[in-house]
Design a protein around this ligand. Structure first.
Ligand code: DAH
Length: 339
């Protein structure tokens, strides 16, 4: 039995020195000193020994047990240190490594176009005005000189919330709100979302965007209107761009017109883009109607001005050659990522 214990001690020593990790040491402890361990089982069999042998073997067994425990403890400390060092090494951060690239996303094409347009008008001394998307019938129609029987006021064109409240069909009510709240001179642009009871197709959406413009001062003429819009078109579509003013009708301006720009794709020759005409319509405009000025508390005998309104979605589509308005609002990242 004495020899057996010596062999066990030897085995334990070899295994301890071969141990690689803390976990191995724990396995060795269980194997030799655990409840069913090899040294423990020798101690358990002591009852089979003679009375003289028993204390002797008992002493040796306890010594061996103690020796294995001490060895395990010592090596455990070393292993712990090693493992900590190892971990520190592995987890150390190299601050000189390039960082992981995070993708930043970017502006929606409508916002890119909007920012560009805003930039152009800010450069010409305009300020930005805003108004509510839920608007009164009064601000959207009456104050803008639209008669009660005007077709755009009908239920089939406009989203009514109550008899007097609607989703604004145009940004023009912002003109009214601005004139009622500010004294001339006024020089604003007003971008915003508008709503009309339109069927969705490639060129129509019940929700769309406009940018309104308004200038009120003394002695404003059609020349100011034409000069401003011509300058705007050249800045947005390129310095070669020509503009054409066609007569039109809007209740809130007199005279009224629509502005076409020479096609920036073909330079006016005629192409698929401008449907062969060489011109592309971009906005409506006119001299503010005296009725509108009067309604907003501005004396038309002292002040006058011009206004204009353009479709932002349409301009975005022209700019990026997008031929279906729906993709602008579906927010499919595969589409938006392209810009
Ligand atoms: N509000 C008009 C529309 O939705 C656009 C417009 C035309 C605005 C002429 C104006 C303007 O301010 O003077 O069709």
């Amino acid at each position: 039995m004495k020899e057996k214990l010596q062999v066990l001690l030897q085995d334990a020593k070899t295994e301890i020195s071969a141990a690689k990790a803390l976990k191995d040491l724990e396995d060795i402890r269980i194997k030799f000193l655990g409840k069913k361990g090899e040294v423990t089982s020798v101690l358990k069999n002591m009852k089979d020994l003679s009375a003289e042998e028993r204390p002797l073997i008992g002493k040796i067994a306890n010594e061996i047990r103690e020796e294995i425990e001490n060895l395990l403890d010592a090596v455990k400390e070393d292993k712990k240190k090693l493992e900590i060092e190892d971990r520190l090494e592995k987890e150390s951060i190299d601050v000189t490594m390039p960082s992981k690239q995070t993708s930043r996303g970017h502006k929606h094409p409508i916002n890119v176009a909007l920012d560009e347009i805003i930039e152009i008008f800010l450069g010409m001394g305009f300020k930005i005005a805003e108004g509510p998307e839920v608007e009164t019938v009064y601000h959207n129609f009456d104050a803008l000189n639209a008669p009660v029987d005007h077709p755009s006021r009908s239920l089939s064109d406009t989203f009514y919330i109550t008899e007097d409240l609607i989703l604004r069909t145009q940004t023009s009510p912002i003109q009214v709100r601005t004139m009622m709240n500010q004294k001339p001179p006024i020089k604003i642009i007003a971008p915003g979302r508008c709503f009309r009871n339109d069927e969705i197709d490639a060129t129509h959406s019940p929700m769309f965007h406009q940018i309104e413009g308004l200038v009120i001062d003394k002695d404003i003429t059609m020349a100011d209107l034409k000069g401003t819009l011509d300058m705007f078109a050249k800045r947005l579509f390129g310095s070669q761009t020509k503009t054409k003013f066609r007569p039109h009708y809007f209740p809130f301006t007199e005279p009224s017109g629509e502005v076409d720009v020479s096609c920036f794709k073909c330079g006016g020759e005629g192409c698929r883009f401008c449907k062969g005409s060489g011109w592309i319509e971009i906005l409506g405009c006119g001299m503010v109607h005296p009725n509108v000025l009067r309604e907003c508390g501005i004396d038309p005998d002292v002040y006058n001005g011009f206004a204009f309104g353009m479709g932002l979605d349409r301009i975005t589509m022209l700019k990026y050659e997008i031929d279906d308005i729906r993709v602008l609002f579906e927010n499919d990242v595969r589409f938006i990522k392209q810009f």
